[in-house]
Ligand binder design. Structure first.
Ligand SMILES: Nc1nc2c(ncn2[C@@H]2O[C@H](COP(=O)(O)OP(=O)(O)OP(=O)(O)O)[C@@H](O)[C@H]2O)c(=O)[nH]1
Ligand SMILES: [Mg+2]
Ligand SMILES: [Zn+2]
Ligand SMILES: [Zn+2]
Length: 387
């Protein structure tokens, strides 16, 4: 689907909006309240124009390739007809995969984005294409910021609330279509507040929402890990409350929902300790200790549906052991009856616990970080099943 990378609305195939974004343009500027609510700060535009498919038009319709501002003569920008945020010029012919990360504070959303992005680059190369950051559609050079933190070993500060963190990547041509990936990082603080400072309704229009569940937020797990890993940053609200807020923002929307048991490296440490959860991780056959398979024996990169289902079952029962039954029930039997296409995952972005500001001493060893993305890529026909 062609979608807006900011509000995740479908691009209207019969209408195109153009606006002048030239800062030097002397034409009158007017505010765009909807884009402002998604961005967390004011966005204004200069001259604007709309093109509509003529009612007698037959077959596929495309807007003009370019339009020019009559005030300054500069080429205008394609924009979302809903929120008015700028869109890539070829959005009409492209598939934009919209993904949002959600979870309480300090569940590892921002770290996961940085690590996923590094590994995605390699994976896209294996698909014989390339991953490129589209800086024009971000507020700052966020891609660099995310990657720098991981590569320099500095852990992210908490994401500031009330500001959009939205990254758009071009994934090039994959399986016959131009693909983009829009990633949105949300501040845990915005999801813990009764009234978010930002318009989060885009969650309902996402293709995939990755909800991170942090086992280190559970008191009994924290106690069991007392002398095994460094003390971790103070934790946020209970996951069920945050999930409830996320589901409320989604409304009647139907994104795929990946419930993800994050920071699993911490639980893996308990394998040889006397803890109710230890037997799960001490079982040598468990998918919770094995990296996912992303290649067939004879074929190229793909998705292993069978193992993914097995993993989902194993994570589901592990969540129940971790007092996560409420979470499982909210997903499988939601109060509003809107059962989303869902699956359970487990990931570790760092592969080990960080001590204060720094990353784990031996560098990062991520585990299954791409699994939720591969699920949605497979669902959207970007990657084949592994035979
Ligand atoms: N053990 C372990 N710790 C992790 C992992 N990923 C992140 N962390 C730790 O979790 C903490 C929070 O990470 P962030 O990515 O900033 O969390 P966040 O969910 O973005 O937090 P907010 O922006 O406040 O909502 C960091 O101090 C990391 O060290 C992981 O895979 N394993
Ligand atoms: Mg964050
Ligand atoms: Zn202009
Ligand atoms: Zn939009």
């Amino acid at each position: 689907m062609s979608k807006c990378p900011l509000c995740f609305s479908d691009v209207d195939p019969g209408r195109a909006r153009w606006q002048c974004m030239n800062r030097e343009c002397a034409g009158p500027a007017s505010p765009e309240p909807l884009a402002t609510s998604y961005l967390g700060h004011e966005m204004t535009v200069k001259q604007r124009r709309e093109e509509v498919r003529p009612s007698d038009h037959r077959g596929a319709w495309a807007p003009r390739a370019q339009q020019f501002c009559t005030d300054c003569g500069v080429s205008m920008t394609r924009a979302c007809t809903v929120c008015r945020y700028p869109l890539p010029a070829d959005v009409g012919e492209s598939d934009v995969v919209c993904v949002a990360l959600a979870g309480a504070r300090a569940t590892g959303k921002s770290v996961s984005i940085g690590v996923m992005r590094l590994f995605l680059e390699k994976f896209i190369e294996e698909l014989r294409s390339s991953l490129d950051f589209e800086s024009r559609y971000s507020e700052s050079d966020e891609d660099k910021e995310y990657v720098k933190q991981i590569l320099t070993g500095m852990v992210y500060p908490p994401t500031p609330p009330g500001q959009a963190r939205s990254l758009l990547y071009s994934m090039g041509q994959i399986n016959g279509k131009r693909r983009y990936l829009a990633l949105r990082d949300i501040a845990g603080e915005d999801l813990e507040a009764a009234e978010a400072k930002l318009n989060l309704s885009f969650l309902g229009r996402a293709d995939l929402v990755i909800f991170l569940f942090d086992p280190l937020a559970i008191k009994s797990i924290q106690d069991a890990l007392e002398n095994l890993i460094p003390r971790q940053r103070a934790v946020g609200q209970e996951p069920q409350k945050v999930l409830q807020t996320v589901l409320r923002h989604m409304g009647a929307g139907r994104p795929h929902l990946a419930i993800c048991l994050a920071k699993v490296d911490a639980l893996q440490r308990l394998a040889d300790h006397n803890n109710p959860i230890s037997p799960v991780f001490a079982n040598p056959g468990t998918t919770l200790m094995r990296e996912s398979v992303r290649h067939g024996v004879t074929s190229g990169p793909g998705y292993d549906e069978h193992s993914a289902q097995l993993l989902s079952e194993e994570v589901r029962s592990t969540l129940m052991l971790l007092n996560g039954t409420v979470i499982v029930n909210m997903v499988e039997n939601p109060a509003n009856g809107n059962i989303l296409p869902h699956r359970f995952f487990t990931t570790s972005a760092l592969g080990g616990a960080a001590d204060g500001e720094l990353l784990p001493p031996h560098g990062i060893t991520p585990f299954r970080v791409l699994d939720p993305l591969l699920w949605i890529f497979h669902q959207k026909g970007m990657i084949p099943s592994i035979a």
